[in-house]
Ligand binder design. Structure first.
Ligand SMILES: O[C@H]1[C@H](O)[C@@H](O)[C@H](O)[C@@H](O)[C@H]1O
Ligand SMILES: [Fe+2]
Ligand SMILES: [Fe+2]
Length: 326
């Protein structure tokens, strides 16, 4: 059976004629199809979490003791954070997103094991984050350890460990931090007011575009998030890598791809895009979020003490001592 068209075709060809520097969405989806065929041939399978695992990850007590008012206070955030989002909201356009995906597909930037990637990332301090000034390896270990302490499935522990590794982009093709970190949102349709600092989208040329500026833009309701272009950054980049090079299940892929999509998983925006699969994935992302956000105030784990445990976990889903193509 031929896959359902991603988005209504006439709109796409009309709107994308102006973006010859990027891949058309049709070509992108062809690429994705080719990858899926290759994966089937190589017997790399992501699969879905078992019901038992879904039950385990759904019931969490982890954040009960956390004072939620201490996190994500953007109104009180420092200028570093505010300036970051002003720039990001101005520059994340459809044209840029097509180009970024095209560049991503064009080459391999580095070959590093997961652990090497964590070490490389260690010097990056995330300008968008009002809640932590720790290094990334510390944040990754905090998230993974919180998930592990709560007895969650092994694949979810590993997801905690790697979920921000896409920030490696900063050392390769990025134009700054604005196309690497921060919350994400769809491009190609109206920017929702539930995105933080919504007023800063006035400076984004897409906001006034006759197609992209409308509620549904280039999409149709129910098209499914797999068919939506989320602003390019660490989530999207890592998602593609993990999908192609690991056996982590769909729920893990969703936790990675949507963990910064707060307007959707926290604020309830963009519900009209969802299909049945997305409803299940939303549960997974919501189960993951507290470990990402509230573990930032936990004790700082020591990487050397935990390395053996996590190396085994990495081997289990990526292959023994596997160099990942970044
Ligand atoms: O500042 C943070 C940080 O960049 C995280 O890695 C991202 O996932 C969050 O959504 C964002 O708010
Ligand atoms: Fe993140
Ligand atoms: Fe994170």
């Amino acid at each position: 059976m031929a896959p359902a068209p991603l988005i209504e075709q006439p709109t796409i060809s009309e709107t994308y004629n102006n973006h010859r520097d990027g891949l058309a969405l049709e070509e992108l989806s062809d690429n994705i199809d080719r990858v899926n065929v290759l994966k089937a041939a190589l017997k790399v399978q992501n699969g879905t979490a078992t019901q038992e695992e879904q039950d385990i990850y759904a019931a969490s007590q982890f954040d009960a003791a956390k004072d939620k008012t201490q996190f994500r206070q953007y109104e009180e955030a420092c200028d570093r954070v505010k300036n970051f989002y002003r720039e990001q909201h101005e520059k994340q356009t459809v044209a840029y997103n097509l180009k970024a995906r095209n560049d991503f597909r064009a080459k391999t930037r580095a070959e590093l094991t997961i652990w090497e990637a964590m070490e490389k990332l260690n010097t990056l301090i995330d300008e968008s984050d009002p809640d932590t000034s720790l290094s990334q390896i510390e944040h990754l270990l905090q998230a993974a350890e919180a998930i592990r302490r709560d007895g969650k499935p092994r694949w979810m522990q590993l997801t905690g460990l790697i979920h921000d590794l896409g920030k490696l982009l900063f050392f390769f093709d990025a134009r700054g931090q604005w196309d690497v970190v921060g919350d994400t949102f769809p491009v190609g349709c109206a920017f929702d007011d539930r995105i933080i600092y919504p007023d800063t989208f006035g400076a984004n040329p897409d906001a006034a575009n006759p197609v992209y500026g409308t509620e549904y833009g280039i999409y149709t309701p129910g098209c499914g998030l797999d068919n939506v272009m989320l602003s390019w950054g660490h989530d999207e980049y890592l998602y593609h890598i993990v999908k192609e090079q690991s056996t982590l299940p769909d729920e893990a892929l969703a936790m990675i791809r949507y963990h910064s999509f707060y307007p959707w998983h926290k604020e309830g925006a963009y519900q009209w895009m969802m299909n049945e699969k997305d409803k299940r994935m939303l549960e997974a992302v919501r189960a993951f979020n507290p470990y990402d956000l509230y573990s930032k105030s936990d004790d700082v784990p020591k990487a050397e003490d935990l390395k053996d445990y996590y190396m085994e976990l990495i081997d289990e889903y990526f292959g023994k001592d596997k160099k990942v193509r970044w």
